[in-house]
Design a protein around this ligand. Structure first.
Ligand code: UFG
Length: 325
């Protein structure tokens, strides 16, 4: 059985679907602070928190868990700058509870949701895994701290891990059973789609004076189902008792203005914008090299076209806003 912590959230729920379709049994733990119970359509669900060490021990004793996947974290860069304590408690301290409960119960395979935010403002792109890690936000630092802890645990104990550094997760389940649903929403694509659907008046463009061709930030968008596939492939790698770190991106960068333009094409809506100040903690360009994942995991993104990614997001966004899920 695969234990998916944070499996009611955006990425965790897509991984749960993917693994369930592959025939894995899954157990989801989520405190529902950000996740949605409606997203746990596969596997078993326990509502609970990583703060609860007794619950973790009980789960590991009761269920035949072979691997833990850990998605439960706070992920808002701007919020992490204002309230670092919450980020270190939620993302670092709670993960230690999870690792220690695994240790106690001899469970030794771990897949960690890391982020391109560990690189900070990169000195060159595309970013490879050996690029220096100098995060510029408490969020990025909290993720890097866990990566270091994982490295130490794998050196000291019978423990293997795969850390997956996601670039910008985007898109939704092509069958529109689940998708992106954050409250409040802070991510670019769903915010643009909110404007397209008439829920917001305009999109704020955070910074138009970055050192990029049109002055807006460039990101590497990767489809959430391609991320799910990488987790499935990482499971296979752990079966060989190996520990690795991988970037997961498309290797292509799109500026904020280009994303807005593609959303206009996909939705057929005008989508008004206003230019605003830079948002703190945003590096100008993040583009990843995923050569290592392609070589070792034999992973190949299926949704490499940004239009296809946005189309799946748009399908889901319309469903989310027109129906009660
Ligand atoms: N942006 C806008 N207007 C908005 C929202 C976002 O201009 O209303 C811009 C941001 O400034 C950024 C780009 O759009 O330049 C993408 O922003 P997102 O919030 O969608 O994504 P981020 O790149 O900030 O964040 C993502 C993940 C984080 C991760 C980070 C790495 O959500 O978990 O990448 O920097 F840490």
């Amino acid at each position: 059985m695969i234990f998916i912590v944070g499996g009611a959230g955006y990425i965790g729920s897509h991984v749960n679907k993917f693994l369930s379709k592959k025939g894995y049994k899954t157990l989801i733990l989520d405190n529902l602070s950000k996740g949605h119970e409606e997203f746990v359509k596969w596997g078993e669900f326990i509502k609970g928190d990583l703060k609860d060490k007794r619950l973790l021990d009980k789960i590991f004793k009761e269920y035949n868990i072979t691997t833990v996947m850990h998605f439960a974290a706070l992920t808002d860069v701007r919020e992490s700058i204002k309230d670092p304590g919450s980020y270190y408690r939620n993302n670092v301290k709670n993960t230690l509870n999870l690792l220690d409960a695994m240790q106690k119960n001899n469970i030794n395979r771990f897949i960690f949701s890391s982020t391109c935010a560990v690189y900070g403002d990169p000195i060159e792109t595309p970013i490879t895994e050996d690029h220096p890690c100098n995060p510029i936000s408490p969020y990025g630092r909290s993720k890097l701290m866990i990566e270091k802890i994982l490295e130490d645990y794998s050196n000291a104990y019978d423990f293997n891990y795969v850390s997956l550094r996601y670039f910008n997760a985007a898109g939704a389940d092509p069958q529109t059973e689940i998708g992106e649903w954050h409250e409040p929403e802070t991510h670019l694509i769903p915010i643009i789609l909110d404007v397209a659907i008439g829920k917001r008046e305009n999109v704020q463009i955070f910074g138009t004076d970055y050192p990029t061709p049109n002055g807006t930030c460039i990101r590497d968008y990767i489809h959430v189902m391609d991320l799910a596939d990488a987790h499935y492939k990482a499971l296979k790698l752990l079966e060989e008792d190996k520990s690795e770190i991988f970037n997961l991106g498309n290797g292509d960068g799109f500026s904020v203005k280009e994303i807005i333009e593609t959303c206009r094409e996909v939705t057929g809506e005008e989508i008004p914008t206003i230019e605003s100040d830079r948002r703190p903690g945003d590096p100008p360009i993040l583009i990843g090299s995923s050569k290592k994942a392609k070589r070792i995991l034999r992973w190949e993104p299926e949704f490499s076209d940004i239009k296809d990614i946005i189309e799946t997001a748009w399908e889901w966004h319309q469903k989310l806003n027109n129906e009660i899920i």
